[in-house]
Design a protein around this ligand. Structure first.
Ligand code: DGL
Length: 267
């Protein structure tokens, strides 16, 4: 198989990376994909960076071993923990969710006040602060939103409870005068309706999923690795946990996008 024919490897702690996979499918419809969700050990967002790092590298090693042409770390918490190591460790391009979203936020903001909502792990790692360190006119205001992942996984994307949680998380950011808000967790595009409603029309949302897909296209194009011929792509979904659970939650969140799911035992 030539390098351009190989699939893109996509990794997340569980289901949130499916928003990245869907953006990849939209922007790169001729590309095969292998998606690995570490659902047996998710969520990552509540774990220490050291633990996330260990799990993420195991999963990325596994995906790299399947012969992918690029690795997409479709999880902000995992990107925060392993990005630098992953770039040195693998001989294929590695794309993360943090740098593309940070870049887009810099281009979007007019006031220079950018909000970041994310998991506790991503907030603790300060990875977005590091990504923006060379842009002193941008002030990042970070708000961890630990309940959001739970709502998404329970299939709750509206309703009073979620709205109350969103107000508690987002109103301080509004009061701080942000004009741009980074959805710094790949689960959050599924809550974009409520987040935008509460944050207000004047706040532009930056989705780490969309930006990561754009960056993946650019990286493959620059490396001459795009599959240019039209074809029906093969999409493989792997999970370290229950395939039935993955297929159930995955297709509920993504419509018909997630079909057959295989279990990975070897990690
Ligand atoms: N989707 C992951 C992220 O982008 C968070 C989910 C989790 O806590 O495992 O950070």
């Amino acid at each position: 198989m030539s390098a351009t024919d190989a699939p893109i490897g996509v990794f997340d702690s569980g289901f949130g990376g499916l928003t990245v996979a869907r953006a990849l499918r939209d922007q790169l419809p001729n590309e095969d994909m292998v998606y690995l969700g570490d659902t047996a050990r998710s969520p990552y967002g509540t774990k220490s960076i050291a633990e996330v790092r260990e799990y993420a590298l195991e999963c990325l090693d596994y995906l790299a071993g399947t012969g992918v042409k690029a690795l997409v770390i479709a999880c902000n918490s995992a990107s925060s923990a392993v990005l630098r190591d992953a770039r040195e460790r693998y001989d294929v391009p590695v794309i993360d969710v943090i740098l593309p979203a940070a870049k887009r936020a810099v281009r979007t903001t007019r006031s220079g006040r950018v909000g970041l909502i994310c998991t506790t792990a991503t907030a603790t790692s300060a990875s977005y602060d590091d990504a923006l360190v060379a842009v002193p006119h941008v002030q990042l205001i970070t708000q961890p939103c630990p309940l959001f992942v739970e709502y998404v996984e329970a299939g709750i994307t509206s309703g009073t409870e979620l709205m109350d949680a969103a107000r508690e998380y987002l109103l301080p950011l509004r009061e701080a005068g942000i004009d741009t808000l980074i959805l710094g967790c790949t689960h959050y595009p599924l809550l974009a309706g409520v987040i935008s409603y509460v944050a207000g029309d004047e706040v532009t949302l930056v989705s780490s999923a969309e930006e990561c897909a754009r960056e993946t296209f650019a990286t493959l194009a620059d490396a001459g690795l795009l599959h240019d011929e039209p074809r029906t792509p093969q999409l493989r979904f792997l999970t370290t946990g229950s395939p039935e659970l993955f297929a159930g939650v995955g297709s509920r969140l993504m419509g018909g996008f997630v079909e057959k799911v295989e279990q990975v035992y070897t990690i």
